[in-house]
Design a protein around this ligand. Structure first.
Ligand code: ACO
Length: 324
């Protein structure tokens, strides 16, 4: 039996921290009213990191990958595959993954981008698991990297306060002992309208709305529903009882989604890893960023059982149950 083990993790956050009060003051200049109270009560977000103009998605991806490679002890030249989950690639092509491959000098790696909005990282983890378990790859680097500030409409207070920038990475390798015990990914394209960036290039112009548009209440309701279903699905597949899971790392979009999910699954609050207060929603980067915080502060230890869950535009969602 071959398992996919997480042997290294890394993260990157831009230098600029913007508190809710800072953001509220900036937005006031545009005539947009919001407040720290409103943002904290509805979302749990207290601050976000925003990338400077010279920092792009590939830069953040490379920095997080370097840290994950050092943590794993695996050399970039031994990586067989690089998957970058992003909805904010540097350009249409080459893929951000190819730019990362070049910057890391990972000469033997195939590289591609994967787009599943905020579920991108769980999709990348599940895809990498399939490559490793089928014997098609031994060492895989997966990265979630986003410069979401590029696609925020700063005149839309219902979305611009929710997101931040950053990147996180895992190095995965084949193991005969343990690792990913089960995973699932799902989509429902009929809900594409509730969360989208519909703008696209056409003959040199941008057609459509090039910023995030969201029906917040539909996203909230459906996120809780599908995250609960997919948590139960991966636990059933692996014959694991939810109460035996040490750490829950759901996509960090909103504290109320995370807490409601925890209540539905019967999970104590202290098993939920929460970073949305500090990072805001960093889309495909949110899970590896949260994982790395809990690993570095000593909460996640070898042997722990961790549930990783993503949900986002598409509508897409997925989970992986991992023995660390
Ligand atoms: N500051 C102050 N007031 C605001 C703001 C703001 N930033 N944004 C909206 N409001 C106002 C609205 O205009 C509205 O005012 P009105 O009653 O006078 O019309 C009022 O607040 C309530 O607006 P709602 O949209 O009904 O607020 P709601 O309680 O639904 O909260 C929120 C909005 C936080 C987006 C919520 O729906 C939510 O958390 N949804 C989940 C979506 C999410 O987290 N998405 C992240 C991306 S998706 C993903 O990653 C899976």
């Amino acid at each position: 039996m071959i398992y996919t083990r997480i042997v290294g993790s890394g993260s990157f956050l831009p230098r600029t921290v913007v508190s809710n009060n800072d953001l509220a003051n900036d937005l006031l200049y545009r005539g947009i009213h919001t407040s720290d109270d409103w943002i904290v009560q509805r979302t749990g977000i207290k601050q976000r990191y925003l990338a400077e103009s010279d920092i792009d998605t590939s830069y953040m991806a490379v920095e997080s990958a370097k840290m994950a490679l050092i943590d794993s002890g695996i050399d970039a030249s031994d990586i067989d595959l690089i998957i970058v989950a992003t909805s904010t690639p540097d350009c249409i092509f080459p893929s951000t993954a190819c730019i990362v491959q070049s910057k890391l000098n990972a000469k033997h790696a195939a590289a591609f981008d994967l787009q599943a909005a905020c579920s991108g990282f769980v999709y990348a983890l599940s895809t990498a698991d399939s490559f490793i378990c089928s014997g098609k790859a031994k060492n895989v680097l997966i990265i979630g990297s986003e410069k979401f500030s590029r696609i925020l409409d700063w005149n839309d207070r219902s979305t611009c306060v929710l997101f931040g920038d950053g990147a996180g990475a895992f190095v995965l390798t084949a193991s005969s002992d343990y690792g990913i015990l089960s995973s699932c990914i799902s989509s429902d394209g009929s809900m594409s309208d509730i969360l989208s960036v519909s703008g696209h290039f056409e003959n040199g112009n941008i057609n459509g709305y090039p910023f995030i548009k969201m029906d917040g209440q539909s996203v909230f309701k459906n996120a809780v529903r599908v995250l609960e279903e997919s948590a139960r699905e991966v636990c059933d597949k692996a014959c694991v009882d939810i109460k035996d899971i040490n750490w829950f790392i759901p996509h960090q979009a909103n504290i109320r989604i995370i807490k409601m999910l925890g209540r539905r699954l019967g999970v104590e609050d202290d098993k939920l890893v929460i970073t949305v207060d500090k990072h805001a929603n960093t889309s495909s980067a949110s899970i590896p960023l949260a994982f790395n915080v809990a690993k570095l502060d000593g909460r996640i230890k070898n042997g722990d059982l961790v549930l990783i869950q993503g949900v986002g535009g598409g509508f897409t969602w997925g989970s992986s149950l991992v023995r660390i």
